[in-house]
Design a protein around this ligand. Structure first.
Ligand SMILES: C[S@@+](CC[C@H](N)C(=O)[O-])C[C@H]1O[C@@H](n2cnc3c(N)ncnc32)[C@H](O)[C@@H]1O
Length: 401
């Protein structure tokens, strides 16, 4: 828990001041305007049913609505992530801002940032959510924020062009309306999902497309509607699954399940295991045939799959073989060394490629912010370049510095 140290203090103003201090300490808030916005908006008024400590926790989301399987489809996002994205957005007084995915709180923060001369529109696909957001915004004194019920895929043309568009659901596509809906110097901040891993990317307009200025790890509920992800999943066995959005990756559940029963091959890279989120992004985008391997606690405790797969790990897959990252303590240098576990007839070849990619990252790209993303709308070239990720309306390319 990252709220007031004295748990008997339940005054929301005290909890909010503590939250702002902690967000600064943890580099969520890095500017005065964002600090002032977080200090001004009564976060608990947008989570009236949640315990105050949860509402003011830095890293936990507040559940708002679940689907029929009990999975979150709407939450109040964690304060730390909201702060990071607002810093990425670099909002100035007087701007016009569109938020896609509502709840009310983030829109109120944005209203504080744009001030009386600016305009904020927030759109949600779900009537329950937009009605709830409207009530909370009015209750907290943000009646000027405009709420719209629609699929954010089409943007909100009435109000465009926007200086900023901030997306708060995990997006798989970047619809053309988000680009055309921006001013020439406009910025789009979007949690973009690539092969099961999501990064909040701040894109500026660049000719007909977009170029990234910053990115960071993000976790969001999935986008619904027209832009919902085209992901493929394969259940290898109870508690072990693979997912990918790359049509070129073979997902032969039966053969890969069989591979898991064959003896494991272990290879060590000699490279330090550091900056896990940056390494994960590099692996996801540079393995020649990448999927994401997920395993539950049982599968890990039975020794079938390494613990690295508990929260999902980039895997290299072929028709009948699989390799994925693991780590071990490095007794000589301290910290960890990254390595590979591989199974199946092609285990040797897959492990070799995987280790090569681990070493290349460690030698050439081991730092924060090494990737620059470009989004190019329009038909994807064939064959698709190696560094490109295909999307419904265009391609994402990634350059590593
Ligand atoms: C994480 S919540 C938004 C949190 C909110 N911005 C806040 O202030 O904390 C994500 C929201 O995106 C909405 N959503 C999902 N797909 C959408 C779409 N295609 N268009 C608009 N909203 C969408 C969901 O209904 C959900 O309420």
């Amino acid at each position: 828990m990252t709220t007031a140290s004295d748990s008997t203090v339940r005054d929301p103003d005290v909890l909010r001041a503590d939250m702002v201090r902690a967000l600064r300490d943890q580099d969520g808030i890095t500017s005065e305007p964002v600090a002032a916005a977080f200090a001004a908006v009564p976060r608990h008024r947008f989570a009236p049913d949640a315990p105050l400590e949860l509402a003011y926790d830095l890293h936990r989301t507040v559940p708002v609505k679940k689907d029929e399987h009990g999975l979150d489809i709407s939450v109040m996002s964690a304060a730390h992530l909201q702060a990071v994205m607002l810093e990425q957005a670099d909002i100035e007084p007087g701007m016009r801002v569109l938020e896609i995915g509502s709840g009310g709180y983030n829109a109120a923060l944005i209203q504080e940032l744009v001030g009386g001369d600016g305009a904020v529109t927030t759109v949600d696909i779900d009537r329950d959510i937009i009605d709830r957001a409207r009530l909370c915004l009015d209750d907290a004194g943000y009646g000027q924020v405009k709420t719209v019920l629609a699929d954010g895929e089409t943007g909100v043309p009435d109000g465009a062009p926007y200086d900023r568009i901030i997306v708060t659901a995990a997006a798989w596509v970047i619809p053309t309306s988000w680009i055309s809906g921006l001013t020439a110097k406009g910025r789009l901040v979007v949690p973009l999902t690539m092969c099961g891993t999501t990064r909040s990317i701040a894109f500026d307009r660049d000719d007909d497309g977009l170029i990234s200025r910053s990115y960071g790890l993000a976790r969001f509920v999935p986008m619904q509607g027209e832009g919902a992800a085209e992901e493929r999943k394969a259940m290898l066995r109870d508690g072990v699954a693979l997912q990918t959005d790359d049509v070129r990756v073979p997902l032969n559940a039966q053969a890969l399940n069989h591979a898991l029963d064959t003896p494991r091959l272990e290879r060590w890279s000699g490279a330090a295991y550091e900056l896990p989120d940056e390494l994960e992004l590099y692996l996801t985008l540079n393995l020649s045939s990448a999927a994401r391997l997920h395993a539950d606690k049982d599968a890990v405790e039975h020794g079938l799959v390494e613990a690295s797969a508990l929260y999902g790990v980039p895997a290299l897959v072929s028709e009948d073989s699989i390799a994925y990252r693991t780590r071990r303590e490095n007794e000589d240098t301290g910290g960890f060394e990254s390595g590979v576990i591989a199974h199946g007839p092609q285990a040797e070849a897959l492990a070799e490629e995987y280790v090569h990619v681990l070493r290349r990252w460690a030698q050439d790209h081991r730092r924060r912010g090494a990737a620059t993303f470009r989004y190019l709308p329009g038909a994807a070239p064939t064959p698709l370049p190696r560094d490109a990720v295909r999307r419904r309306h265009g391609i994402v390319t990634v350059a590593w510095n």
